[in-house]
Design a protein around this ligand. Structure first.
Ligand code: DAH
Length: 354
Protein backbone atom coordinates (compact mmCIF):
# COMPACT_ATOMS: atom_id res chain seq x y z
CA UNK A 1 0.00 0.00 0.00
CA UNK A 2 2.76 2.42 0.97
CA UNK A 3 4.61 1.87 -2.28
CA UNK A 4 1.45 2.21 -4.28
CA UNK A 5 0.63 5.55 -2.67
CA UNK A 6 4.15 6.80 -3.26
CA UNK A 7 3.86 5.89 -6.93
CA UNK A 8 0.44 7.52 -7.19
CA UNK A 9 1.78 10.68 -5.56
CA UNK A 10 4.52 10.89 -8.16
CA UNK A 11 2.09 10.13 -10.95
CA UNK A 12 -0.31 12.80 -9.73
CA UNK A 13 2.47 15.40 -9.70
CA UNK A 14 3.40 14.46 -13.25
CA UNK A 15 -0.22 14.49 -14.47
CA UNK A 16 -0.91 17.80 -12.76
CA UNK A 17 2.08 19.48 -14.36
CA UNK A 18 0.69 18.65 -17.80
CA UNK A 19 -2.70 20.26 -17.14
CA UNK A 20 -3.18 23.58 -18.96
CA UNK A 21 -6.91 24.26 -18.75
CA UNK A 22 -9.87 23.82 -16.41
CA UNK A 23 -11.47 21.05 -18.43
CA UNK A 24 -8.35 18.90 -18.28
CA UNK A 25 -8.11 19.66 -14.58
CA UNK A 26 -11.65 18.43 -14.03
CA UNK A 27 -10.83 15.20 -15.88
CA UNK A 28 -7.82 14.73 -13.66
CA UNK A 29 -9.92 15.38 -10.57
CA UNK A 30 -12.31 12.65 -11.61
CA UNK A 31 -9.38 10.29 -12.29
CA UNK A 32 -8.20 10.68 -8.74
CA UNK A 33 -11.13 11.85 -6.68
CA UNK A 34 -14.12 10.66 -8.69
CA UNK A 35 -16.41 7.82 -7.66
CA UNK A 36 -14.31 5.35 -9.60
CA UNK A 37 -11.03 7.24 -9.19
CA UNK A 38 -7.71 6.18 -7.71
CA UNK A 39 -8.60 7.19 -4.16
CA UNK A 40 -11.84 5.23 -4.28
CA UNK A 41 -9.80 2.25 -5.50
CA UNK A 42 -7.43 2.62 -2.55
CA UNK A 43 -10.38 2.68 -0.18
CA UNK A 44 -11.66 -0.53 -1.71
CA UNK A 45 -8.27 -2.17 -1.22
CA UNK A 46 -8.24 -0.97 2.36
CA UNK A 47 -11.17 -3.27 3.03
CA UNK A 48 -9.12 -6.26 2.00
CA UNK A 49 -5.95 -5.83 4.02
CA UNK A 50 -5.34 -7.39 7.47
CA UNK A 51 -6.86 -5.56 10.43
CA UNK A 52 -3.56 -4.73 12.11
CA UNK A 53 -2.36 -2.81 9.02
CA UNK A 54 -5.61 -0.98 8.47
CA UNK A 55 -5.01 1.97 10.74
CA UNK A 56 -1.68 2.94 9.22
CA UNK A 57 -2.90 2.35 5.66
CA UNK A 58 -6.02 4.41 6.32
CA UNK A 59 -3.92 7.32 7.56
CA UNK A 60 -1.70 7.10 4.49
CA UNK A 61 -4.69 7.22 2.19
CA UNK A 62 -6.04 10.23 4.07
CA UNK A 63 -2.76 12.09 3.80
CA UNK A 64 -2.62 11.31 0.11
CA UNK A 65 -6.17 12.56 -0.33
CA UNK A 66 -5.42 15.81 1.47
CA UNK A 67 -2.30 16.29 -0.62
CA UNK A 68 -4.17 15.70 -3.87
CA UNK A 69 -6.99 18.04 -2.80
CA UNK A 70 -4.75 20.91 -1.83
CA UNK A 71 -2.53 20.65 -4.92
CA UNK A 72 -5.65 20.42 -7.04
CA UNK A 73 -7.09 23.56 -5.46
CA UNK A 74 -3.96 25.61 -5.96
CA UNK A 75 -3.71 24.50 -9.59
CA UNK A 76 -7.32 25.51 -10.07
CA UNK A 77 -6.67 28.92 -8.60
CA UNK A 78 -3.67 29.36 -10.85
CA UNK A 79 -5.68 28.41 -13.97
CA UNK A 80 -8.63 30.64 -13.05
CA UNK A 81 -6.28 33.56 -12.54
CA UNK A 82 -4.65 32.94 -15.92
CA UNK A 83 -8.08 32.73 -17.56
CA UNK A 84 -9.19 35.97 -15.91
CA UNK A 85 -6.11 37.69 -17.15
CA UNK A 86 -6.71 36.38 -20.65
CA UNK A 87 -10.29 37.68 -20.64
CA UNK A 88 -9.27 41.07 -19.30
CA UNK A 89 -6.52 41.37 -21.87
CA UNK A 90 -8.92 40.43 -24.62
CA UNK A 91 -11.39 43.03 -23.38
CA UNK A 92 -8.73 45.69 -23.13
CA UNK A 93 -7.46 44.96 -26.61
CA UNK A 94 -10.53 46.75 -27.86
CA UNK A 95 -10.44 50.54 -27.78
CA UNK A 96 -12.93 52.21 -30.08
CA UNK A 97 -10.98 55.46 -30.20
CA UNK A 98 -7.82 53.93 -31.67
CA UNK A 99 -7.05 55.00 -35.23
CA UNK A 100 -7.46 52.12 -37.64
CA UNK A 101 -4.53 50.88 -39.64
CA UNK A 102 -6.67 48.78 -41.89
CA UNK A 103 -6.60 50.37 -45.36
CA UNK A 104 -8.95 48.02 -47.19
CA UNK A 105 -12.09 47.80 -45.08
CA UNK A 106 -13.22 45.00 -42.83
CA UNK A 107 -16.24 43.01 -41.82
CA UNK A 108 -18.64 44.17 -39.16
CA UNK A 109 -18.06 42.26 -35.89
CA UNK A 110 -21.58 40.82 -36.01
CA UNK A 111 -20.87 39.52 -39.52
CA UNK A 112 -17.73 37.84 -38.23
CA UNK A 113 -19.57 36.08 -35.39
CA UNK A 114 -22.47 35.19 -37.68
CA UNK A 115 -20.21 33.61 -40.29
CA UNK A 116 -18.31 31.67 -37.70
CA UNK A 117 -21.57 30.23 -36.37
CA UNK A 118 -22.82 29.49 -39.86
CA UNK A 119 -19.68 27.46 -40.55
CA UNK A 120 -20.15 25.51 -37.33
CA UNK A 121 -23.81 24.74 -38.07
CA UNK A 122 -23.10 23.87 -41.69
CA UNK A 123 -20.53 21.36 -40.50
CA UNK A 124 -23.35 19.76 -38.46
CA UNK A 125 -25.61 19.50 -41.51
CA UNK A 126 -27.73 22.64 -41.00
CA UNK A 127 -28.99 24.79 -43.88
CA UNK A 128 -28.45 28.52 -43.50
CA UNK A 129 -31.54 30.54 -44.39
CA UNK A 130 -32.21 34.19 -44.97
CA UNK A 131 -35.47 35.86 -43.98
CA UNK A 132 -37.30 39.18 -44.31
CA UNK A 133 -36.98 42.01 -41.87
CA UNK A 134 -40.55 43.16 -42.58
CA UNK A 135 -43.03 40.46 -41.61
CA UNK A 136 -46.71 40.22 -40.74
CA UNK A 137 -48.38 39.68 -37.41
CA UNK A 138 -49.18 36.07 -38.26
CA UNK A 139 -45.55 35.01 -38.77
CA UNK A 140 -44.11 37.05 -35.92
CA UNK A 141 -46.72 36.01 -33.36
CA UNK A 142 -49.79 33.96 -34.26
CA UNK A 143 -47.94 31.13 -36.00
CA UNK A 144 -45.76 30.93 -32.89
CA UNK A 145 -48.68 30.29 -30.59
CA UNK A 146 -48.78 33.92 -29.42
CA UNK A 147 -52.37 35.00 -30.08
CA UNK A 148 -53.57 38.60 -30.08
CA UNK A 149 -53.45 40.18 -26.60
CA UNK A 150 -51.15 37.44 -25.21
CA UNK A 151 -48.98 39.01 -22.46
CA UNK A 152 -45.82 37.60 -24.15
CA UNK A 153 -46.30 40.32 -26.77
CA UNK A 154 -45.48 43.02 -24.21
CA UNK A 155 -41.80 42.12 -24.21
CA UNK A 156 -41.70 42.21 -27.98
CA UNK A 157 -43.17 45.60 -28.76
CA UNK A 158 -41.80 46.57 -32.14
CA UNK A 159 -42.28 49.03 -35.02
CA UNK A 160 -45.51 48.73 -36.96
CA UNK A 161 -45.73 49.95 -40.54
CA UNK A 162 -48.81 51.86 -41.57
CA UNK A 163 -49.69 49.43 -44.32
CA UNK A 164 -51.26 45.99 -44.27
CA UNK A 165 -50.56 44.62 -40.84
CA UNK A 166 -46.80 44.75 -41.38
CA UNK A 167 -44.13 45.12 -38.74
CA UNK A 168 -40.38 44.85 -38.24
CA UNK A 169 -39.66 41.40 -36.87
CA UNK A 170 -38.99 41.35 -33.15
CA UNK A 171 -37.23 37.98 -33.16
CA UNK A 172 -35.84 35.49 -35.65
CA UNK A 173 -38.47 32.97 -34.49
CA UNK A 174 -40.67 34.83 -36.99
CA UNK A 175 -39.07 32.71 -39.74
CA UNK A 176 -39.90 29.34 -38.16
CA UNK A 177 -43.21 28.94 -39.95
CA UNK A 178 -41.75 29.74 -43.39
CA UNK A 179 -38.82 27.34 -42.88
CA UNK A 180 -41.19 24.55 -41.86
CA UNK A 181 -43.28 25.21 -44.96
CA UNK A 182 -40.20 25.23 -47.16
CA UNK A 183 -38.63 21.99 -45.92
CA UNK A 184 -41.70 20.10 -44.70
CA UNK A 185 -42.22 18.32 -48.02
CA UNK A 186 -38.70 16.83 -48.08
CA UNK A 187 -39.16 15.77 -44.46
CA UNK A 188 -42.36 13.90 -45.17
CA UNK A 189 -41.57 12.52 -48.59
CA UNK A 190 -37.85 11.88 -48.38
CA UNK A 191 -37.29 11.51 -44.66
CA UNK A 192 -34.90 14.44 -44.77
CA UNK A 193 -34.75 15.98 -41.28
CA UNK A 194 -35.23 19.74 -41.11
CA UNK A 195 -32.08 21.33 -39.82
CA UNK A 196 -31.82 25.06 -40.37
CA UNK A 197 -30.39 28.17 -38.82
CA UNK A 198 -31.59 31.62 -39.76
CA UNK A 199 -29.65 34.66 -38.63
CA UNK A 200 -31.24 38.05 -38.90
CA UNK A 201 -31.72 41.63 -37.79
CA UNK A 202 -34.45 42.13 -35.21
CA UNK A 203 -36.14 45.24 -33.89
CA UNK A 204 -37.82 46.22 -30.64
CA UNK A 205 -39.18 49.34 -29.10
CA UNK A 206 -36.46 49.76 -26.45
CA UNK A 207 -35.09 52.60 -24.38
CA UNK A 208 -31.50 52.59 -25.61
CA UNK A 209 -28.57 52.28 -23.21
CA UNK A 210 -25.27 50.38 -23.04
CA UNK A 211 -27.10 47.03 -22.91
CA UNK A 212 -30.24 47.68 -24.98
CA UNK A 213 -30.66 48.58 -28.64
CA UNK A 214 -33.72 48.91 -30.85
CA UNK A 215 -31.87 46.99 -33.56
CA UNK A 216 -29.94 43.81 -32.82
CA UNK A 217 -29.14 40.40 -34.28
CA UNK A 218 -30.21 36.91 -33.40
CA UNK A 219 -29.63 33.48 -34.87
CA UNK A 220 -32.49 31.02 -34.63
CA UNK A 221 -32.21 27.32 -35.24
CA UNK A 222 -34.64 24.44 -35.58
CA UNK A 223 -34.29 20.72 -36.01
CA UNK A 224 -37.32 18.55 -36.76
CA UNK A 225 -37.51 14.81 -37.38
CA UNK A 226 -39.07 11.70 -35.89
CA UNK A 227 -37.98 11.08 -32.28
CA UNK A 228 -36.15 14.34 -31.68
CA UNK A 229 -35.77 14.75 -27.93
CA UNK A 230 -34.28 17.07 -25.35
CA UNK A 231 -31.06 14.99 -25.49
CA UNK A 232 -30.61 16.00 -29.13
CA UNK A 233 -31.11 19.62 -28.15
CA UNK A 234 -28.50 19.40 -25.40
CA UNK A 235 -26.01 17.62 -27.65
CA UNK A 236 -26.23 20.18 -30.46
CA UNK A 237 -26.08 23.16 -28.15
CA UNK A 238 -23.12 21.80 -26.23
CA UNK A 239 -21.18 20.93 -29.38
CA UNK A 240 -21.89 24.28 -30.97
CA UNK A 241 -21.01 26.32 -27.88
CA UNK A 242 -17.81 24.35 -27.31
CA UNK A 243 -16.77 25.32 -30.86
CA UNK A 244 -17.72 28.96 -30.39
CA UNK A 245 -15.77 29.29 -27.16
CA UNK A 246 -13.02 26.96 -28.37
CA UNK A 247 -13.18 24.74 -25.31
CA UNK A 248 -15.42 22.14 -23.76
CA UNK A 249 -18.32 23.96 -22.08
CA UNK A 250 -20.66 22.58 -19.43
CA UNK A 251 -24.31 23.42 -20.01
CA UNK A 252 -27.46 23.21 -17.91
CA UNK A 253 -31.13 23.77 -18.63
CA UNK A 254 -33.53 25.72 -16.45
CA UNK A 255 -37.23 25.97 -17.14
CA UNK A 256 -38.19 29.06 -19.15
CA UNK A 257 -41.48 30.15 -20.65
CA UNK A 258 -41.91 30.90 -24.36
CA UNK A 259 -45.31 30.22 -25.93
CA UNK A 260 -43.79 28.52 -28.99
CA UNK A 261 -41.92 25.78 -27.09
CA UNK A 262 -43.08 23.17 -24.59
CA UNK A 263 -41.12 22.50 -22.46
CA UNK A 264 -39.13 25.73 -22.77
CA UNK A 265 -35.69 26.31 -21.25
CA UNK A 266 -33.02 28.83 -20.54
CA UNK A 267 -29.70 27.28 -21.41
CA UNK A 268 -26.78 28.36 -19.25
CA UNK A 269 -23.11 27.63 -19.67
CA UNK A 270 -20.79 27.18 -16.74
CA UNK A 271 -18.89 30.44 -16.28
CA UNK A 272 -15.70 30.32 -18.33
CA UNK A 273 -13.92 32.72 -16.05
CA UNK A 274 -14.33 31.03 -12.66
CA UNK A 275 -15.14 27.50 -13.80
CA UNK A 276 -18.40 27.51 -11.85
CA UNK A 277 -17.17 28.72 -8.46
CA UNK A 278 -18.75 32.16 -8.76
CA UNK A 279 -17.14 35.48 -9.75
CA UNK A 280 -18.31 39.02 -10.64
CA UNK A 281 -18.79 38.10 -14.33
CA UNK A 282 -21.41 35.48 -13.49
CA UNK A 283 -22.81 37.45 -10.56
CA UNK A 284 -21.41 34.74 -8.29
CA UNK A 285 -23.79 32.11 -9.62
CA UNK A 286 -21.18 30.12 -11.55
CA UNK A 287 -23.40 30.19 -14.66
CA UNK A 288 -24.02 32.50 -17.62
CA UNK A 289 -27.39 32.67 -19.30
CA UNK A 290 -26.82 32.18 -22.98
CA UNK A 291 -29.64 30.90 -25.07
CA UNK A 292 -33.35 30.26 -24.70
CA UNK A 293 -34.55 27.06 -26.33
CA UNK A 294 -37.07 24.25 -26.08
CA UNK A 295 -39.08 21.55 -27.78
CA UNK A 296 -41.25 23.06 -30.50
CA UNK A 297 -44.86 23.42 -29.35
CA UNK A 298 -47.34 21.02 -31.05
CA UNK A 299 -49.41 23.99 -32.26
CA UNK A 300 -46.37 25.53 -33.97
CA UNK A 301 -45.64 22.23 -35.73
CA UNK A 302 -49.26 22.06 -36.80
CA UNK A 303 -49.33 25.65 -38.13
CA UNK A 304 -46.09 24.89 -39.99
CA UNK A 305 -47.79 22.00 -41.76
CA UNK A 306 -45.50 19.42 -40.14
CA UNK A 307 -48.00 17.42 -38.10
CA UNK A 308 -51.64 16.79 -38.95
CA UNK A 309 -54.73 16.36 -36.76
CA UNK A 310 -54.58 12.63 -37.49
CA UNK A 311 -50.95 12.24 -36.47
CA UNK A 312 -50.27 15.13 -34.12
CA UNK A 313 -47.09 13.61 -32.62
CA UNK A 314 -45.46 12.14 -35.69
CA UNK A 315 -42.62 14.65 -35.79
CA UNK A 316 -40.96 16.49 -32.94
CA UNK A 317 -38.26 19.12 -32.90
CA UNK A 318 -36.26 21.63 -30.95
CA UNK A 319 -35.68 25.35 -31.46
CA UNK A 320 -33.24 27.84 -30.00
CA UNK A 321 -32.63 31.58 -30.27
CA UNK A 322 -29.06 32.79 -29.90
CA UNK A 323 -28.40 36.47 -29.28
CA UNK A 324 -25.71 37.19 -31.89
CA UNK A 325 -25.17 40.72 -30.66
CA UNK A 326 -24.70 39.50 -27.10
CA UNK A 327 -22.33 36.79 -28.28
CA UNK A 328 -20.27 39.37 -30.18
CA UNK A 329 -20.11 41.52 -27.04
CA UNK A 330 -18.85 38.54 -25.03
CA UNK A 331 -16.41 37.40 -27.65
CA UNK A 332 -14.81 40.77 -28.35
CA UNK A 333 -15.17 42.35 -24.91
CA UNK A 334 -17.43 45.16 -26.22
CA UNK A 335 -19.07 46.79 -23.23
CA UNK A 336 -21.44 49.16 -25.02
CA UNK A 337 -23.93 47.70 -27.48
CA UNK A 338 -24.34 51.03 -29.28
CA UNK A 339 -20.91 50.63 -30.89
CA UNK A 340 -22.40 48.10 -33.31
CA UNK A 341 -24.91 50.47 -34.90
CA UNK A 342 -23.13 53.81 -34.73
CA UNK A 343 -21.30 53.32 -37.99
CA UNK A 344 -18.01 54.65 -36.61
CA UNK A 345 -15.54 53.06 -39.00
CA UNK A 346 -12.66 53.61 -36.65
CA UNK A 347 -14.39 51.57 -33.99
CA UNK A 348 -15.75 48.88 -36.29
CA UNK A 349 -12.69 48.10 -38.36
CA UNK A 350 -10.68 46.81 -35.42
CA UNK A 351 -12.22 43.39 -35.29
CA UNK A 352 -10.65 40.52 -37.12
CA UNK A 353 -11.79 37.04 -37.76
CA UNK A 354 -9.87 34.35 -35.89
N1 DAH B 1 -37.63 34.38 -29.80
C1 DAH B 1 -37.28 34.47 -28.40
C2 DAH B 1 -36.93 35.91 -28.07
O1 DAH B 1 -36.42 36.61 -28.88
C3 DAH B 1 -36.10 33.60 -28.09
C4 DAH B 1 -36.39 32.12 -28.18
C5 DAH B 1 -36.80 31.42 -27.06
C6 DAH B 1 -36.20 31.43 -29.37
C7 DAH B 1 -37.03 30.06 -27.10
C8 DAH B 1 -36.44 30.06 -29.43
C9 DAH B 1 -36.83 29.37 -28.28
O2 DAH B 1 -36.31 29.34 -30.55
O3 DAH B 1 -37.04 28.05 -28.37
O4 DAH B 1 -37.14 36.31 -26.95
Amino acid sequence: MKEKIQKLTEQFGEDLSKVTDLTALETLRLDYMGKKGQIAELMKELGKIPVEQKKEAGQMINTFKQDVTSRFESKKEELVRAEEERMINAAEAYDESLPTENPCGSYHPITLVQRELEDIFESMGFDVEDYNEIVDDYHCFEALNIPKFHPARDMQDTYYLSSKNQLLKSHTSAAQNAIMMKYGKALKEKDRPIRAVFPGRCFRNEAIDACHENTFFQMEGIMIDKNISISNLIYFMKTMLSEVFERDVTVRLRPGFFPFVEPGFELDIQCLICGGDGCPSCKNSGWLELCPCGMIHPNVLKYGGINTEEEPDKYTGFAFGLGLTRLAMMKYGVKDIRVFNEGDLNALSQFVSK
